[in-house]
Design a binder for this molecule. Sequence first.
Ligand code: ATP
Ligand code: MG
Length: 254
Amino acid sequence: MELLSVKNCTKRFHSISALDDFSFSVNRGDIHGLIGPNGAGKTTLVSCITGLIGHIDSGEIYFDGHDLTKLHPYEIINTGLTRTFQVTQLIPGLDVVENVAVGIKENDAVRRGGIRKGFSLLFGHPDRQKARDICNRFGIEDILDSGINAATHYQQKLITLARAVVSDPQMVILDEPTAGMSFQESSRFGEIIQSLNTENRITFLIIEHNIPFIFQHATYMTVLNQGKHFISGNPEEIRGNESVKEIYIGNSIE
Ligand SMILES: Nc1ncnc2c1ncn2[C@@H]1O[C@H](COP(=O)(O)OP(=O)(O)OP(=O)(O)O)[C@@H](O)[C@H]1O
Ligand SMILES: [Mg+2]
């Protein structure tokens, strides 16, 4: 059953069509991998879905029955759709738990009033415990009350993921989550994604250049190339497709 549906979406930056009549959908319960060469339009697609780069030039985007093109970014989060960014965006002045707690949906003031203004509302908030519980589950309990500078790159990625899932979303979009991780770290990260998918029933859309990771964990995949939909299918179909290998010249898809 379709949870996210993008139909004939076009987004131009001056003369560049970063997305060109692009359509795809994500089914509820899937871990949907989105791959494509550098500059293909993957991050632009995520920014269009989550309302962060203004209006699309044309097309439709529906999530769980909501027309996302008519909603503000904070309203989109309240439909149960969250994202993480390609570059980790943590707040240096807050400790780890606070960085996770700013993701809590119920604390609307955080989003409406700006993070720092809204943050004062989080002191003593019962949802702070919820943020702690997720950190414990992710194995970062030893740095809970530290500043984020105490966290390694991998731990910062987990904090970012924790912030995205603390609001009990229906779907999370991750933009290159395993970039900079060691093999062991990305394996552990993959296990966490799988457990969130099966136990918390969170649907994922994951952009990755880490081809082994995405082939291991995706249940379905879409390839984007030069702003256009290239192919969708299960991982076996994508792996065996000769034309997908061709657009990845210089990159390994084996
Ligand atoms: N804000 C912007 N202004 C102008 N051009 C942009 C902007 N954002 C993206 N582009 C262009 O749109 C195209 C798609 O970029 P995008 O960042 O979406 O690609 P990507 O698939 O995420 O690439 P990567 O794998 O390197 O992260 C590129 O040609 C890029 O230069
Ligand atoms: Mg990108």
